[in-house]
Design a protein around this ligand. Sequence first.
Ligand code: M6R
Length: 610
Amino acid sequence: MCGIVGFVGKKEATPILLEGLRRLEYRGYDSAGVAVYDPERGLQVVKTKGRIQVLADQVAARGGLRGQVGLGHTRWATHGAPSDVNSHPHVSENGRIAVVHNGIIENYAEIKEFLQSTGVHFASETDTEVVAQLLEYYYHGNILDAVTKVIHRIQGAYALGIVCADCPDRLIAARKDSPLILGFGEGFHVLASDVTAVIEHTREVCYLDDGEIAELTADHCWVYDAYLRPVEKERRHVDWEISAAEKGGYEHFMLKEIMEQPKAVRDTISPRIQDGRVVLDGVELTPEYLKNLDKIYIIACGSSYHVGMAAKYTLERMLRKPVEVALASEFRYCDPIVTPHTLALVISQSGETIDTLAGLREARRLGARVLSIVNVVGSTIARESDNVLYTWAGPEIAVATTKAYSTQLAVVDLIALYCAGQMGTVSRAEYDALLAALQAIPEQLETVLERREEIQYLASIYFNHPSVFFIGRNMDYAVGLEGSLKLKEISYLHSEAYAAGELKHGTISLIEPGTLVVAVAGCGHVFEKTMSNVVEVKSRGADVLGVTVDSRREAMGRTVDHVLTVPDTETALLPSLEVVPMQLFAYYVALMHGCDIDKPRNLAKSVTVE
Ligand code: M6R
């Protein structure tokens, strides 16, 4: 979604803003812009539809933008098509106040109508422009006063960056339900949607909370609540290396991140296994609490939801407690049955997905305890959870998640083992076997990655199939969901995932000669059942690519056209290995189609609007 970067200091702002925007490109965007206060010429704005390079070229064509205070923005269109005029920054009619915004102003139409009735003319179709014009309406010499009036008038989600030409030594920021961080440096301050934009300049940051307003100059930072009462903020040090946000010789971030999975999973599990037991420090899952648990409600979106689908099988089998998996966008409006004995397990890479955050808040409101699995340290979901287990995947830049998905699975496995240990629901022998198998996963991931040329070859055979179905049962079905999403989001091929036994209840009518079916069949107890479904699609002319474990290569190979295998492991851990051929297959298919793999069309890395 939209990305914000702001700078105030004693250096030229424009290069810092453009570099920050480049680092925010991964969030997904369709246009970009900058506003810089030039002491001689006042507020200068350059904005355009298209890539950051187009913006940089336009800035250069104007001989650069001079000034030490400024804002930059990447826009992911919601209200109004991607266009030069709808790009941010938006400026009040008299050019005094420039605004960048991430989020949606839900009551913008009513405010726009009101402002138009007072004679204000709007230039764009965006919801954001009402903020710039409303600030001007309320501005009577004190920009902070105007900001407080505006935030009490607007509804919806916003992270705002503001520059006012009357106080050109400062940036103003405000936030509600959209992420915004402040960065501290020697003689400068920055603001940004996430740390990747500023990590080159500072590692000392703080996270604005909902309803807060920040005022930044080169040397000072003040944070206030929505009534301008001062707020003390805790500073945090960011450990991420800048190299983690660079491609390091790979053609795409997605491939780099796929290849990083053994390390990411190792980093996630190793510190949490001590003396043959899973240790989850700071997580309050006591035997007493677990005994009285009525349900685990998993709340997530997209791939994180698919982790939840796999988690349901593992947690129910190991804990014998009901697990419900909800799409966060549905959960928040479905009047869910949640009690103080419900554990809400919230899964999110970014920790900022607006639906997931709203689901978390709803679960808390209904009395559930919230345990979250999050990758981005200090993100809103992490901060609002009762307990958080971080995935140590490092920054994930490609829009299509890979290493975050794998580390989320690993944390689910740790939770399952930990709770089973607390509750005594699995035997010591089973616990030990699962733990040993989990510890072997990083090495087994390396084995799967070594087979990537075979996957690339199969992608070259199948990349032109216009429609792909993924089928599987049990955990294999959960993996199929993820495989299908990976393929469609980066290669734009039509693809669907089905529980293999469900196909014959309608969807099999779509199978015809030449349709590609990816059959995932690692789970031993349903292998024969899935193979029966494979025979059904084969006899209707489908081409079938099978995915199973090494020990069933031959058995599967007798029926399907090609087989990919992963090392044998415990059933509960199969998704961790099976997903990798899916990721690589999607990657190579997209590559062969010449797609923009790291920045697929229409998609954003972090979905901060509903
Ligand atoms: O940051 P989150 O895990 O909350 O994001 C959820 C989804 O938006 C995300 O998994 C999305 O589906 C990915 N693009 C899938 O690759």
